[in-house]
Ligand binder design. Structure first.
Ligand SMILES: N[C@@H](CCC(=O)N[C@@H](CS)C(=O)NCC(=O)O)C(=O)O
Length: 247
C-alpha cells in the first residue's frame, strides 16, 4: 500500500486529496514537523529537503519500490498511476496542467507560506514589526503578492472552469489547500468572484473533504497555533541552517 508521510498542512493535504479523489489505497505515516521528526535519518532518506509530504510506493515502476518528495512530483506520479486528473503525457492538456501546477509550486504556495510566517510567527520569534521595519516590509510585500496571485487565479477561472481548462485536475488540488489558510493571512475571497465559485465547488467534493480531514486523529494532540509553540517546536521549525543535518 502507498505510504504518505504526512502532516495536515497545505502541502500535505494536496496529496491526501488526490489519494482520496482517485481512491488509491494508502496509509498515513504521521510526521510531527513541530518536534523535529523531519530530521530523522529514516525520513531524510526519502525526503532529503526535510519537508513533508513524501511518498513511498512499494509497487512503483517495474514493480520496484519508489520514494518521492516534493508535492508536485508526487501528484504527477500518482495521477499517472491512477490514470485520472491528468491528461495523457505529451498532450497539450498535460502541459497545461503542468503549467498551472508549477505556477502553484513556484508562486502561490511559497508566497502564502511566507505571508503566514511574517503575519503570524515572525514577531513571536523575536523579530519586531516596528523596530527595524523588516517584518512590516515583509508583510506588505507578501500580502501584495498574495493579492496579485489571487487575481491571477480569478482571471484564469473567468475563462475556464478549472485552472487547467474544462477538467478538474491535480493543478486545482495543489492550489486549493492554500486557500484554507486564508483567514490566518487576512484574505477575503469575496471580491474574487470566479475564484470564490471554484473554491465553493471544490470544497463540497467528498474527496476534497476526506483529504482535508486526513490525519485529524493522529494530529489531534499536536498544536501548530503560533502562540502555542514551545521553545523546542520553534527550534525545530524556524531558524534552520546547514547545522540542522548535524544535530
Ligand atoms: N515544495 C515543497 C514544500 C514542502 C513544505 O514546505 N512542507 C512543510 C509543511 S507545509 C514542511 O515540511 N515543513 C517542515 C520544516 O520546515 O522543517 C512541497 O511542495 O512538497
Amino acid at each position: 500500500m502507498i505510504e504518505l508521510h504526512y502532516a495536515p498542512t497545505p502541502n500535505g493535504r494536496k496529496v491526501a486529496i488526490l489519494l482520496e479523489e482517485a481512491q488509491l489505497p494508502y496509509r498515513l505515516v504521521p510526521v510531527d514537523i513541530s518536534s523535529g521528526e523531519q530530521f530523522k535519518a529514516g525520513f531524510l532518506a526519502i525526503s532529503p529537503n526535510n519537508r513533508i509530504p513524501a511518498m513511498v510506493d512499494p509497487d512503483g515502476p517495474g514493480g520496484e519500490p519508489l520514494s518521492l518528495f516534493e508535492s508536485a512530483a508526487i501528484l504527477l506520479y500518482l495521477a499517472e498511476k491512477a490514470g485520472r486528473f491528468l491528461p495523457p503525457s505529451g498532450s497539450a492538456g498535460y502541459h497545461c496542467v503542468c503549467q498551472w501546477l508549477f505556477w502553484q509550486m513556484a508562486n502561490q504556495g511559497p508566497v502564502f507560506g511566507h505571508l503566514n510566517h511574517f503575519l503570524n510567527y515572525a514577531e513571536g520569534l523575536g523579530a519586531s514589526a516596528t523596530a527595524d521595519g523588516d517584518v512590516a516590509y515583509a508583510r506588505t510585500r507578501f500580502s501584495q503578492e498574495a493579492d496579485r496571485l489571487l487575481a491571477v487565479m480569478d482571471r484564469r477561472l473567468g475563462e475556464a472552469e478549472y485552472l487547467a481548462g474544462d477538467d478538474y485536475s491535480i493543478a486545482d488540488m495543489a492550489a486549493f489547500p492554500w486557500l484554507l489558510t486564508r483567514r490566518a493571512v487576512g484574505i477575503d475571497l469575496a471580491p474574487f468572484t470566479q475564484l470564490s465559485r471554484w473554491y465553493e465547488a471544490l470544497k463540497t467534493r467528498p474527496g476534497v473533504r476526506a483529504g482535508i480531514d486526513a490525519g485529524t486523529a493522529e494530529f489531534s494532540n499536536i498544536s501548530t497555533l503560533p502562540g502555542e509553540f514551545t521553545k523546542e517546536q520553534k527550534r525545530a521549525l524556524f531558524g534552520q541552517d546547514s547545522s540542522v543535518y548535524k544535530r
